[in-house]
Ligand binder design. Sequence first.
Ligand SMILES: [Fe+2]
Ligand SMILES: [Fe+2]
Length: 175
Amino acid sequence: MKIYVCHICGEVYIGPSMPPTCPFCGVGNKFLRLGHVWQDANTGIEPTERERELLLEALNLELSNTSFYDCVAKTCTTSEVAKMFKGLMKQEREHADVFKKLLKPESVPEVKEACADDPKKILAESLAREERATVFYLKALSESTTPRVKEVFEAILEVEKTHIELDKSISEKYG
Ligand SMILES: [Fe+2]
Ligand SMILES: [Fe+2]
C-alpha cells in the first residue's frame, strides 16, 4: 500500500496504486504526491486583496452548491441520480475546504439552500450551478496573480467542467 497526498486539497489517500483523480476534491492525478514528497503548498501564501475577495466568493459558491447537493441527494428518488448528487456534494464540500485553507477566514458563512423535488428541475439547476461555477473560476483565474492561487482556481475549474459533462450525460438518461 502507498500513501498519496493531494497537492490541491491536502487530503490523504491510502491505496495500492495511484487513482486517476483525487478521491476527495476530484482533481487529476498529476496533483497527487507520494507522502514523503508532499509539502503544504499553502504555507507562506499571502493572497492579494482582490484574491481574498475572489476566494471568499469561491467559498460561498462551494458552500451553496454543497448545501444544494445535500438537499437534492435526500429528495431525489432515482437512485443513480441521488448517488451522483451525494458524490457532487462531497466534492463541492472539499472545494469549500480548499478555499478555507487558503483564505483562513475568521468565520465561515452559514449557507443553507432549499431545493425542488422535481427531477427535471433539479437536473437543470445542477447544470446551471456547474456552468456558473465554470464562468466564475475562469474570471477568478484571469484576475489572480499569485501562482498558488491561480493553480488552485485552475485545478478546481477543471473539476467543475467534469461536473458539467456528468450532469449532461445523466440528464440524457433521466431528464
Ligand atoms: Fe484533492
Ligand atoms: Fe466545486
